[in-house]
Design a protein around this ligand. Structure first.
Ligand SMILES: [Zn+2]
Length: 163
């Protein structure tokens, strides 16, 4: 018999408001924003205290990742379609005859190819895994993150953390 326990967190503080422009095919969306909501679930073995993880700790890890995105323009640094440059404290983003210039302090520059909910979920998952590793939560065996762009519309990412 294989048993699995898990803990899930979501809620009003696990949200972020951000602007972005995703690419789709050879299109580049107009500038717009979302009030994103994040949900995170971790699987794991029970500790001696019979927890998988303290809810408040997992919330803190997810909230810290959200805070890095909140009130920022989300920039897909690894986009194969956009011409992206940083100099003089600004990011410039060009696509065809459109170009944008943002102060770097307003930008969350992310090592992802596109600012889809799926890849934002993956980035947040990576941040939470770093916190779990730093926090010595070796009993956690898997993580799943969902990022909701708007009610009824979310993208997710999950991975095993074994070994
Ligand atoms: Zn959007």
């Amino acid at each position: 018999m294989t048993e699995q326990r898990n803990v899930t967190v979501e809620g009003v503080r696990l949200r972020f408001a951000a602007a972005h422009m995703a690419t789709l095919g050879d299109e580049f969306e107009p500038l717009h924003g979302h009030n994103y909501a994040v949900r995170c679930c971790v699987d794991g073995d029970l500790t001696d205290d019979r927890w998988v993880i303290d809810f408040s700790l997992l919330k803190r890890y997810v909230r810290e990742a959200c805070e890095r995105l909140d009130h920022r323009f989300l920039l897909q640094l690894d986009s194969p379609l956009l011409d992206i440059n940083e100099d003089g404290g600004n990011w410039t983003i060009a696509f065809g005859d459109r170009s944008y210039r943002f102060p770097s302090s307003d930008v969350a520059a992310l090592p992802i190819e596109n600012t889809t909910a799926e890849l934002l979920a993956e980035w947040i998952g990576g941040q939470v895994v770093q916190s779990l590793t730093a926090g010595d939560h070796g009993n956690i065996t898997a993580i799943a993150v969902d990022v909701e762009e708007m009610p009824g519309q979310s993208g997710g990412y999950s991975r095993d953390l074994a070994d």
